[in-house]
Design a protein around this ligand. Structure first.
Ligand code: SF4
Length: 109
């Protein structure tokens, strides 16, 4: 299926319908807002060539974090109070240190 045909079948939604009674409560006075979730592109490296991904994945960025930097970032995310980290890629498992970083994230809470 060509991209144009895919877009015709799956039109891009310009806006979401209004919520029915759902609203976001303001934070309590004096409370510091903290991110609850971090989505971390662990690497751009990928050994697949999915059409949906296009040229975005494939080769690791030259400036991706080292293992030491990644572990430091885990500590910083924990200090911020981030409760959940989603490791994405590329293919995160192409980095040998992904399990150590994932374990460190789980240990950090
Ligand atoms: S990053 Fe995901 S979507 Fe992109 S080529 Fe790799 S496996 Fe496919």
């Amino acid at each position: 299926m060509k991209l144009r045909e895919a877009r015709r079948r799956l039109p891009v939604v310009e806006s979401l319908p209004p919520g029915r009674g759902r609203r976001v409560l303001p934070p309590p006075r004096g409370a510091v807002q903290r991110p609850a979730l971090a989505v971390w592109e662990f690497t751009r490296a990928c050994d697949q060539r999915c059409k949906a991904c296009g040229p975005r994945a494939g080769v690791a960025r030259p400036d991706e974090l080292t293992t030491e930097e990644a572990l430091r970032l885990v500590d910083e995310l924990a200090e911020l109070g981030v409760g959940e980290v989603a490791l994405i890629g590329g293919e995160a498992y192409l980095r040998a240190d992904v399990l150590g970083s994932s374990d460190a994230s789980a240990s950090a809470g």
